[in-house]
Design a protein around this ligand. Structure first.
Ligand code: NAP
Length: 286
């Protein structure tokens, strides 16, 4: 199968590396000739161009748009003149509702996608073939989605070693608001709160003492600012609901501590530990 990746950044580059490794014929499109050069040198792609029009030479059966979220629809609109009618198109954007309906109207063989994998690096330099291994990869069909297009994307998701999860765009956006977008804001808030410590000696000591607990709870807050911004901008309502739920929980914890309600606090933390174990990603964790 011939697959084109538009936007050879962290996610696009990683998809290209893995799909090439899996034996697919992969082409890339990047605005930047140096990125194309690097993708060719790393054998992520067999061919690479800087213009969407060059895709007519490759005639892909699948195109995956891996640009920043705000560019997905414009990129698809730019692609349409160069696609053959059977080409399946997908994206990897972290928010789905603003994308999937309009994209399907532009191209009936569109299937929304979102790999639940990432790093705090940007660009093809951070790309790695095994980024998606064993990770959930959400496909977000809507009633207008063509079953044959969905089947093609299910095959590709399996080929990159990820686990297909099907969800409609609204449910997807609400779920990722809780487990992906809220943690970014919580991590950002945590780092900002610690950093406002006025006593410079205490702040310096806190930085020295910060260990795995701080690293785990702050990591995503210190990630790529543009990704946090796109989550907030495009998933605003669901993220606000999650932030308010989180604030209510923080308030409840604060009140238990303020009231020295140690028994209730212990019971709460015991319940939380059980809930923590319900997340597959935490199973087997210490
Ligand atoms: P990235 O490393 O910055 O890559 C983005 C790519 O898009 C780059 O190759 C860049 O290409 C291209 N690009 C940037 N601005 C563009 C524009 N105005 N028009 C056309 N192309 C443009 O970012 P990424 O982390 O791979 O994120 C890409 C997508 O993946 C986003 O939609 C994001 O929501 C989604 N995603 C990210 C993560 C994550 O953790 N990083 C996880 C899941 C999903 P040039 O080489 O052309 O400059």
């Amino acid at each position: 199968m011939r697959i084109a990746i538009v936007g050879l950044g962290l996610i696009g580059g990683s998809l290209a590396l893995k799909l090439t490794e899996a034996g697919y014929s992969v082409w890339g499109i990047s605005r930047n000739p140096a990125t194309c050069q690097e993708a060719l040198e790393r054998r992520a792609v067999q061919g690479c161009g800087t213009e969407l029009a060059q895709l007519t030479l490759f005639n892909p059966q699948v195109v995956v748009i891996c640009t920043p979220l705000e560019q997905v629809l414009a990129t698809l609109a730019g692609l349409v003149p160069y696609l053959s009618p059977q080409t399946v198109v997908s994206d990897v954007g972290s928010v789905k509702q603003p994308i999937v309906g309009p994209a399907t109207a532009l191209w009936p063989l569109f299937v929304g996608g979102h790999p639940m994998a990432g790093k705090t690096l940007q660009g093809i330099q951070g790309a790695e073939a095994n980024l998606f291994l064993g990770r959930p990869y959400v496909l977000t069909p809507i009633p207008q989605t063509q079953p044959q297009a969905l089947a093609v994307m299910q095959e590709l998701v399996a080929a990159v070693g990820a686990e297909v999860v099907l969800a409609d765009p609204v449910r997807h956006d609400q779920a990722v608001a809780w487990v992906s977008h809220l943690p970014v804001m919580v991590g950002a808030g945590l780092i900002a709160a610690v950093s406002q410590e006025e006593n410079s000696n205490i702040l310096a000591l806190a930085r020295t003492l910060a260990s795995s607990g701080f690293r785990d709870t702050s990591r995503v807050g210190g990630g790529i600012p543009q990704l946090g911004l796109e989550m907030a901008r495009y998933n605003r309502q669901a993220l606000l609901a999650a932030l308010r739920g989180y604030q209510a929980e923080l308030k409840a914890l604060e009140q238990l501590i303020e009231g020295e309600q140690w028994e209730e606090l212990l019971q709460k933390l015991q319940r939380v530990r059980q809930e923590w174990q319900q997340f597959p990603v935490n199973q087997g964790a210490p």
